[in-house]
Write a protein that binds this ligand. Structure first.
Ligand SMILES: Nc1ncnc2c1ncn2[C@@H]1O[C@H](COP(=O)(O)OP(=O)(O)O)[C@@H](O)[C@H]1O
Ligand SMILES: [Mg+2]
Length: 301
């Protein structure tokens, strides 16, 4: 080994991008600078994917501000959503101490088991009708998966008739997915990180009257193809409209790997569920989530 090579092995560590296998040399003390027990995320210059760098378990603790690796998302803006907003809006999967978060962990585990082996990474959440908890389920599932070590998640508000994820996270974006698909916004305007590690959202903003045409457009097809294949370790969750009463969800379901049907306990009529199941027959239905089931008092508190 030459003197130069020896110097390199001593002073740098090799970091490999999990998306495109690009290799980077990182100063060997970088791991020491990451606060103990946490990890830093760097952006791959080649594919913009995320590279996770663990802290050195033997390092001494250095304050977070001393970090030299870039940890912010370069393609998305970060809007820190407060814990109060998350709690008030029932985004309970964020909180480890919530018993309901446990339910989302069970859902997450089931989804990961059903999708992991075959690398199915695009999921759609729908229900028979309105207000059955699609958005809340999609958002909590996304948070729960993002908290899982290996996976990043892109949560897409694909309900152009009633975009609501932005409100759930207390964010008021200027433009949303429909504006992008109509050519009135660029993709980089849309990506938002809500201050939750490994979660990126593509939000909606305004209602679109011709949503089926927009969803069925080549622009939507290209977008899904792009986000699906660019980051293969990433789960993409589409918060879709109800499957009954509009073509949007059936069009979207052709592009995704799996569908989750949400039904509201004691609310969704049996006939509606049957109709929804019939409509979704040709899709890969991963399972049904019974939402709004009675829970022990104060479970949300
Ligand atoms: N499990 C639940 N417990 C209590 N309220 C819920 C639950 N799921 C949804 N909600 C409430 O029901 C309303 C509709 O939920 P949402 O997720 O927006 O439904 P959808 O996306 O199906 O229209 C919201 O006000 C939401 O807070
Ligand atoms: Mg919704």
């Amino acid at each position: 080994m030459s003197k130069q090579e020896k110097k390199t092995t001593e002073e740098v560590i090799r970091v490999v991008c999990p998306n495109c296998n690009a290799r980077y040399n990182v100063a060997s003390d970088t791991r020491d600078r990451i606060p103990k027990g946490t990890r830093a995320t760097a952006i791959c210059k080649k594919c913009s994917g995320q590279i996770v760098i663990e802290s050195n378990p033997n390092s001494i603790e250095i304050p977070k501000g001393a970090l030299t690796m870039p940890i912010k998302y370069t393609v998305s803006k970060t809007i820190d959503v407060t814990h109060d907003t998350l709690r008030d809006n029932r985004l309970v999967a964020f909180f480890d101490d919530s018993p309901i978060a446990e339910q989302y962990k069970i859902l997450r585990t089931q989804i990961l088991c059903k999708t992991g082996k075959e690398r199915l990474n695009t999921l759609l959440v729908t229900s028979a009708g309105d207000s059955e908890g699609k958005s809340l389920t999609a958002a909590n599932l996304a948070i729960s998966i993002a908290k899982e070590v290996e996976h990043t998640v892109l949560l897409v508000d694909a309900d152009m008739k009633k975009p609501s994820l932005h409100r759930l996270f207390g964010i008021e974006p200027a433009v949303g997915l429909s504006e992008y698909l109509l050519g009135n916004a660029s993709l980089s305007d849309l990506f938002v990180n809500p201050g939750i590690d490994k979660l990126i959202m593509l939000l909606g903003r305004h209602k679109a009257t011709n949503s089926a045409e927009i969803i069925g457009s080549p622009a939507m097809k290209n977008l899904i193809h792009e986000i699906k294949h660019r980051y293969q370790d990433r789960y993409i969750i589409f918060d879709a409209p109800p499957v009954i009463g509009s073509a949007d969800t059936l069009i979207l379901s052709q592009y995704v790997d799996g569908v989750i049907l949400v039904a509201a306990y004691d609310e969704t009529p049996k006939a509606q569920i049957e109709k929804a199941l019939e409509l979704l027959e040709a899709t890969n239905l991963l399972g049904t989530v019974i939402n709004k089931a009675p829970v022990a008092k104060n479970l949300y508190n």
